[in-house]
Design a protein around this ligand. Structure first.
Ligand SMILES: [Fe+2]
Length: 302
């Protein structure tokens, strides 16, 4: 499994502390022998981290939101198998400083022994992202100029796609080469359920800011019955629906701000079952009516 930001081992953590000459008190809780649930995944979208940790957008401090979310899931009784971040990692234009702050904010996850996989949104900049997240850059990529990955697990395969077309321009695009890679990868791994994960929402006529090549994308995933779900962010609008052919469409809530008052922000815990996916919504506002919502999404057959 390609790991884009691997966990930081206790030895590396201590060596790093020594190298910086900073005396740090080692927190044994970070490296506690916490059991890992191999089927549990943390799903995040749209953290929008700015260089300035005090940056506020729509009344929200994005760094504070990410910090809270991270504290919540690293405190789970069982360590999740990984964290998937569904794009718009950076604030607006994907500046190097945004990724420097992001990397710093992801450290507690790595120190807790949890690998992180990131995808890119329209508010990211691919070269700055790769330059800042050097381990992500070093990960062997099937497509040289796109940030894609196949994560194989015992119950399902995750296919992480790159829908960033132009930084700071709303719509996204996979492109023919990526759709071809997706088709070939799905065909070569047809024995397990597949979950596709990318930033942009499927584009409808009345919502032109989504995935521009939705039709091509759906021509790839609809007939391949191993595809059970498509997970995306971008709209900052928690929502779960299903296509006529039975593919679950899961629109993650933002870690950052919502576009519409009353919508939840926070994170989702996804647990793979043999024939379904269990989602649990964790709202930053624990008094939100949707906090704790649990959905069991049965896989389509075939
Ligand atoms: Fe966003």
């Amino acid at each position: 499994m390609p790991i884009q930001l691997p966990p930081i081992s206790r030895r590396r953590f201590l060596a790093g502390s020594a190298a910086t000459g900073v005396s740090l008190v080692f927190d044994h809780k970070l490296f506690a022998a916490q059991p890992t649930d191999p089927h549990s995944w943390v799903l995040l979208a749209d953290p929008h981290i700015a260089d300035d940790r005090n940056q506020i957008e729509r009344g929200v401090n994005m760094t504070d939101n990410l910090k809270t979310v991270v504290q919540e899931f690293i405190a789970l009784p069982k360590r999740p198998a990984g964290v998937l971040i569904d794009g718009d990692c950076a604030y607006g234009t994907g500046e190097p400083g945004d990724y420097a702050t992001l990397t710093e904010q992801l450290q507690p996850i790595r120190q807790a022994g949890i690998p992180i996989h990131l995808t890119l949104g329209n508010h990211d900049e691919r070269t700055h992202f790769w330059n800042a997240l050097t381990e992500a850059k070093a990960t062997k990529r099937p497509l040289a100029d796109k940030h894609v990955a196949l994560l194989q697990t015992s119950r399902a395969n995750w296919l992480l796609l790159d829908s960033l077309e132009t930084t700071n321009v709303g719509p996204g695009l996979l492109g023919d080469a990526q759709c071809d890679w997706l088709a070939k990868t799905l065909d070569a791994n047809a024995d397990k359920p597949a979950i596709v994960f990318a930033h942009h929402n499927p584009q409808k006529d009345n919502a032109p800011a989504g995935l521009k090549d939705t039709q091509h994308f759906f021509e790839v995933i609809e007939p391949r019955k191993q595809v059970k779900a498509y997970i995306f962010g971008h709209t900052h609008n928690w929502n779960v629906t299903k296509t006529d052919s039975g593919i679950h469409l899961i629109n993650l809530p933002p870690v950052a701000y919502v576009f519409e008052k009353g919508k939840p922000n926070g994170w989702v815990q996804a647990t793979l079952q043999p024939d379904s996916l269990r989602l649990e919504l964790h709202c930053l506002d624990r008094t939100h009516q949707d906090h704790g919502q649990v959905l069991d999404l049965k896989w389509r057959t075939g």
